[in-house]
Design a protein around this ligand. Structure first.
Ligand SMILES: Nc1nc2c(ncn2[C@@H]2O[C@H](COP(=O)(O)OP(=O)(O)OP(=O)(O)O)[C@@H](O)[C@H]2O)c(=O)[nH]1
Length: 255
């Protein structure tokens, strides 16, 4: 049986207004304070609260994960959504599935609806149908699998055919944790991305490397475009990486 502590959550239970007296200025002022306590809640309540949080947002974006079977699309989504890694047990995705997560970018809540697609060829016609209204595409290859890298050109061809012209595209070289088995150098990924004028990052669903950063960069880009802060459709991820490393780490994004 699952222990109660699994479901412990810190919740805001009440906010108080305390009236205080500022002796120096001879004025009364109101001090707002918030009481927090630990509460035992059941999994259903957690899910309901998550769903309520997911429904509060300013901008919405549909993001699709694409790439050959086995490159790690499901694992990347799991890492971003749940913070966990599905080691070993490779169960191929059938058709499409989606999860949502709200990330906060400069006080703007961006709701990402992230579609995990099946990489297998036989599902291709099903997934094409979902391209048209996607705002962003995360295209993955596996750095230990040269074929998945070589197939990126074909994936970009499909994207050109089925997706919107101004879709945000980011190329991700996943499994960057596999040092010994690496078949594709980082520079090769960068070169390919430059050739197609798309953003690039290496990621690892296993270690978590750059996973949050990739999604937050997409969310930030969607926010900039929707608020007209950018007059170009070029997505330069370097801006976000630089920003991230220069700024102190921001608090974790809300789910
Ligand atoms: N070492 C390592 N293994 C990974 C990583 N990401 C995924 N894997 C492993 O790669 C295998 C395939 O991962 P999935 O996420 O299921 O691949 P997918 O792209 O969703 O595959 P399809 O659903 O068939 O399209 C699994 O055994 C994972 O454990 C990673 O970053 N590092």
């Amino acid at each position: 049986m699952t222990s109660e502590s699994t479901y412990r959550q810190i919740v805001r239970v009440s906010s108080k207004k305390n009236r205080n007296y500022d002796e120096e200025n001879g004025k009364q002022f109101v001090n707002h304070s918030v009481d927090c306590h630990e509460e035992v809640v059941d999994p259903f309540t957690i899910k309901r609260r998550e769903s309520l949080q997911n429904n509060v947002y300013d901008i919405y974006g549909k993001v699709m994960l694409l790439g050959d079977s086995g490159v790690g699309k499901t694992c990347i989504l799991m890492r971003f959504r749940e913070g966990t890694f599905l080691a070993g047990n490779f169960i191929s995705t059938v058709g499409v599935d989606f999860r949502t997560k709200v990330v906060t970018v400069d006080n703007t809540k961006v709701k990402l609806q992230i579609w995990d697609t099946a990489g297998q060829e036989r599902f291709r016609s099903v997934t094409h149908a979902y391209y048209r209204d996607a705002h962003a595409l995360l295209l993955l290859y596996d750095v230990t699998n040269k074929i998945s890298y070589d197939n990126i050109r074909a994936w970009l061809g499909e994207i050109r055919e089925y997706a919107q012209d101004d879709v945000v595209i980011m190329l991700l070289g996943n499994k960057a944790d596999c040092g010994m088995d690496r078949a594709i150098r980082r520079e090769d990924g960068e070169r390919l991305a430059r050739e197609y004028n798309v953003a690039f990052m290496e990621t690892s669903a296993k270690s978590g490397q750059n996973v949050e950063l990739a999604f937050v960069a997409v969310a930030r880009e969607l926010k900039c475009r929707s608020t007209g802060q950018k007059d170009t459709n070029t997505f330069n991820v370097k801006d976000y990486i630089r920003e991230q490393t220069e700024k102190p780490q921001c608090p974790p994004c809300t789910t």
